[in-house]
Design a protein around this ligand. Sequence first.
Ligand code: SAH
Length: 348
Amino acid sequence: MKNPDLLNKLEKEKDLTDQELAQVIEGLTGEETEVLFARARAVREREYGKDVYVRGLIEFSNICQNDCYYCGIRKSNTNLERYRLTPEEILDCAREGYQLGFRTFVLQSGEDAWFTRERMSDIIRKIKKEFPDCAITLSLGERSREEYEEWFAAGADRYLLRHETADDDHYRYLHPENMSLANRKNCLYTLREIGYQVGAGFMVGSPVQTVDNLVSDIRFLQELKPHMIGIGPFLTHPDTPFADKESGSLSRTLVLLGILRLLFPGVLLPATTALGTIAPNGREQGLLAGANVVMPNLSPVGVRKKYELYANKICTGEESAQCKNCLNLRVESVGYQLAVSRGDSRVV
Ligand code: SAH
């Protein structure tokens, strides 16, 4: 053991210095990493038992006005067939999901202006009316306070908006000039103020990311105090400016999941699709490192391949029921169980 004190401090949620945090991110031995994961599991089981919460992900439009350099559905990618589900198709996805036992629907899309304040409110109200026992999570990017307020009033419960990186220079490197970290952070604080359960997060191993950047990400999360934290490895997409950049690593993502579980005991932490894409049992390993949420795809099979944020995305050829069964087996294979419930965060 090189760093026993650091792991103890981390577990007691004591303040680590930036240098100590960096040391945990990049300096643990193999044996210490196993200790980190075991402690993360203990905390996760204390907070949430053996339940894994399941979210039905409805990717309802891949049309996007933004041009993020890493993302496969960026505006400038002309090598992609665009689609937009109708409100009725979105509702059908929710109906199918409800039958399968999903009690949270995540509506995610590019920044698609067709989905105006009114149209989105209408969709939210319809889903809530038909399924009052379900939670609705939105993930539509940066919108105005008025829109966020109206959607909350219409019944949306949660909002996912990864901050992507909490370092200004790094943010600049990953995004075009017209986007700003300040605005993204502002959106997150606004969402929290309105009353949403909020999810922030970042990609692990995005181009030029340093360990210091990751420390900044953790510091920002400590300030924001989100209910959910979404992280996954950066994965290269061939039709983006980052086509020749290397993907992030499985092992670093797992270490960060373990750290996040210890620093944010009650947070909801998904084992993401990107994690399942970088390694066949990536999501299972994520669950064993402290994650407690999975987000199977509920989008119609015909559009799944087109919501290609990165190359080789998994689960694009299966029906939703198959996806759910497969995940069920995966979750049980590591000693956990899928829960049929909204699965609200313990963070208040
Ligand atoms: N328009 C919404 C949804 C974006 S897609 C929004 O702005 O929040 C959801 C997430 O996918 C992004 O926040 C980003 O972190 C992740 N993502 C995008 N491209 C990726 C890539 N190449 N590799 C890994 N994750 C990626």
